[in-house]
Design a protein around this ligand. Structure first.
Ligand code: SF4
Length: 116
């Protein structure tokens, strides 16, 4: 009976470690799935959205009305804006002015600020 107790304690510890390992793996897989789902769920900003209209957002910087937005320059786009949260080379990315949606890297809006 006494020889059983240490073995049981080891066994219990092993179950705990296995459960913990499985928990970490499942947590990791769950987080990856959530991130993938989050990225897929994000729609692109539509030029007709209220916020986009208010900021003069265009998905293509070459389509910006230069008369209405005299400060606009052709080389300005979301991809080189300080507010663009995408990585270099990304076709789209987040912008804090459009929560929950993505802007085109080739886009532009009147809040443009050159990336430092
Ligand atoms: S603030 Fe910058 S990144 Fe955001 S929409 Fe305007 S130009 Fe694009």
């Amino acid at each position: 009976m006494q020889s059983f107790l240490p073995k049981r304690a080891f066994f219990t510890s092993e179950i705990f470690m296995t459960s913990r390992r499985e928990f970490v793996i499942q947590l990791s897989l769950g987080s990856s799935a959530l991130l993938a789902g989050h990225a897929m769920a994000q729609a692109m900003v539509a030029e007709g959205d209220a916020q986009a209209t208010a900021l003069g957002y265009k998905a293509d910087t070459t389509k910006v009305d230069g008369k209405k937005y005299a400060n606009h320059k052709p080389e300005q786009n979301c991809g080189n804006c300080a507010l663009f949260a995408g990585k270099a080379g990304d076709k789209a990315g987040n912008c804090p002015l459009f929560a929950g949606k993505q802007v085109a890297a080739s886009g532009w809006c009147s809040a443009y600020a050159k990336k430092g």
